[in-house]
Write a protein that binds this ligand. Sequence first.
Ligand SMILES: Nc1ncnc2c1ncn2[C@@H]1O[C@H](COP(=O)(O)OP(=O)(O)OP(=O)(O)O)[C@@H](O)[C@H]1O
Ligand SMILES: [Mg+2]
Length: 320
Amino acid sequence: MEPILKVENLVKHFPVKGGGKRVVHAVDGISIQIKRGLTLGLVGESGCGKSTLARTIIRIYPPSSGHIYLDGQNIASLSQRQLKPIRKKIQMIFQDPFASLNARMTVKDIIAEPLRAHRIGTPQEQGERVFEMLAKVGLERAHANRYAHEFSGGQRQRIGIARSLILHPELIICDEPISALDVSIQAQVVNMLKNFQEELSLTYLFIAHDLSMVRYVSDEVGVMYLGKLVELAGCDEIYKNPQHPYTQGLIRSAPASSPALARMKKSVPIEGDIPSPISPPPGCRFHTRCRYAQGICKAEEPPLEDQGTGHFTACHFLGR
Ligand SMILES: Nc1ncnc2c1ncn2[C@@H]1O[C@H](COP(=O)(O)OP(=O)(O)OP(=O)(O)O)[C@@H](O)[C@H]1O
Ligand SMILES: [Mg+2]
């Protein structure tokens, strides 16, 4: 089956203000693909480039280089006008439901906005669609005329989900959709997304900090470090058999679900801070924090290689 999304060697650099030719290497050559109806989870520390990758795929940012195939069509170099029909197929749910909803618009106008932008339906039909969507995400008709600031974080994210679904997209990029929410609400929102995936055969790119949530929603998981993908594998496989020292550290530093696991995890946390993406370390970008690093790690960049089982790892010393 052809993947619905195929990203090849995507690069997004930002110029450093007043920094001459220096750039932020936010996304530095990422290749991923997602099959229709499945979820690719993406994890990595703050600042590793997850949101930039998401925003570049959906063409909020123009890519510096690389290819983005949606349903086989390369959308990396389309103009804004050419992108318009594509925007119906691919939608995004944002990290912060407080900042991403316009405070001066009513809920109805927020949810109907994509319909207006694409001139779909009469105002009356648009209104009906909004009521349908509100019901779908568990909100009430009466909420339609209120403003976003009158809602809780969980309700706001439901409004964001309603807006993202109203055009019947095929692919939804969820950029930490639950990070800003109370723990008690997180599961509700994630379950809602899972149910919609099934009902509407949606494909998700699901970005998160929380490894346990990613595990719960994903078919495959990718791990990012400083603008690069360091490991990519099936969901169960990556948790049972993490190969990259960074992935191993991330899994160990996730909150443990049992005291026995907590003792096991205590052994090797990831030390030090993430280096600056303006001048990333040469060779393997993780070598400055890796307890196994040797000479070759500083000199040569390890390629992201398949170990023959669809488990990809970028490390010179595999399987320790
Ligand atoms: N519009 C921008 N202009 C310049 N630099 C940017 C821009 N957006 C992001 N960056 C830089 O790119 C790097 C990656 O940022 P990004 O927001 O993609 O990380 P992230 O993995 O989403 O982090 P978080 O988990 O905190 O959301 C950071 O160093 C950030 O400062
Ligand atoms: Mg982010």
